[in-house]
Ligand binder design. Structure first.
Ligand SMILES: NC(=O)c1ccc[n+]([C@@H]2O[C@H](COP(=O)([O-])OP(=O)(O)OC[C@H]3O[C@@H](n4cnc5c(N)ncnc54)[C@H](O)[C@@H]3O)[C@@H](O)[C@H]2O)c1
Length: 332
């Protein structure tokens, strides 16, 4: 089975492409290699895949907000499944740059749904986000919870993606699975995320910006666990049998939280980073950032029940693995 992976130069996209290639599948990756963060990191991820898997991994620089470009891609390649992980990510950036989210996450998501419909794709798994829960007070967050009060444009576009997906699944019976990711971290991670920013500051001897004075809790999920969950979902499209799916649809559309099912104190992560880097952190307490949420915590019972998903990597194990990779990549 050939799989189209969008955002294949990104953190989760490259790791997912690798897992599919490792089990012998062919992967077509697309990405527009935008400059939201250093494209050299994106190219390095792609180079690794190309080196290791040769022409079983095909890459094309395509913007999925461009419907014509996607049509040409569909004419040139056959694929049975889609893992749609490309997006404009980041809560803080969305406050200043809302248009980028409309383009990639709304126009782009519609285009991907249309591609899946027109090409009769067996199943499309797509990325949503824990940010859709906004400031929901009831923890852990459950897929059945109402999510009508997004705190950022990023969260609003991810929620909109879920709604657009539901209509495609209901009208055209396109099998879809949406995954609400909870703070993913690990080797080849994202430079705009706290764990990377803190590690960089530790090695540079600079203060760590602690939003909400460090009083934050996150359900941190290790990349290998996330990838296992994505692949397990891809293998089992939701049935078009009218039965109730996780998230409440009776169409072939399931929605899952995918997290570690543990809400960790941010300061615990700082401690683990100090141990792994051998550096003492200088702390810079900052106010809460607009759009940010204080706590996330995933109820993962639905994905556990339907796909046997069980995260196995604690932050005690995962943080040192990230730091080891960071040292190697940056030669620090
Ligand atoms: N990493 C996390 O903690 C996290 C948490 C919640 C949700 N997510 C979601 O998971 C998905 C993957 O996230 P990631 O951490 O790998 O982010 P990432 O930024 O590393 O990867 C996204 C990739 O998509 C590409 N892209 C963006 N717009 C595009 C467009 N219009 N056309 C083609 N390519 C485009 C980017 O160049 C980038 O390489 C995203 O949808 C993100 O919103 C991630």
């Amino acid at each position: 089975m050939t799989v189209l992976v969008t955002g294949s130069a990104g953190f989760i996209g490259a790791a997912t492409a690798r897992a599919l290639l490792e089990r012998g599948q062919e992967v077509i990756g697309i990405d527009n290699l935008n400059h939201y963060y250093d494209p050299a990191l994106k190219r390095a991820r792609l180079d690794n895949l190309g080196r290791q898997f040769g022409n079983r991994f095909g890459f094309e620089q395509v913007d999925f907000a461009d419907a014509d470009a996607l049509n040409r891609l569909g004419d040139d390649h056959r694929f049975d499944g889609i893992v749609h992980l490309g997006a404009q990510a980041g809560v803080r950036y969305s406050i200043e740059h809302p248009a980028a989210y409309v383009q990639s996450n709304l126009v782009g998501h519609c285009n991907m749904l249309e591609l899946a419909r027109q090409r009769g794709t067996r199943h499309m798994v797509y990325a949503s986000s824990s940010s859709v829960y906004g400031s929901n007070k009831s923890l852990p967050f459950r897929v059945e919870d109402r999510v009508d009060h997004p705190l950022s444009m990023y969260a609003a576009t991810k929620k909109a993606d879920e709604l657009l997906s539901e209509s495609y699944s209901s009208l055209y019976k396109v099998p879809l699975t949406g995954l609400r990711f909870f703070t993913v971290y690990g080797p080849w991670g994202r430079p705009d995320m706290a764990m990377w920013i803190f590690t960089k500051a530790l090695f540079a001897g600079e203060p760590l910006p602690l939003f909400n004075r460090g009083e934050m809790r996150r359900d941190f999920t290790y990349i290998d666990d996330i990838v296992r969950g994505i692949v397990a979902c891809l293998d089992s499209p939701p049935a078009d049998d009218g039965s109730l799916k996780a998230g409440g649809s009776t169409s072939p559309h399931a929605l899952y939280n995918i997290g570690n099912n543990r809400s960790e104190d941010l300061m615990r992560v700082v401690e683990l980073l100090e141990q792994a880097t051998g550096k003492k952190a200088l702390l810079s307490p900052e106010p809460m950032q607009p759009g940010d949420v204080k706590e996330t915590f995933a109820d993962i019972s639905a994905i556990e029940h339907d796909h046997g998903f069980k995260p196995t990597t604690s932050i005690d194990e995962g943080v040192p693995k990230f730091v080891a990779w960071y040292r190697d990549y940056h030669k620090v």
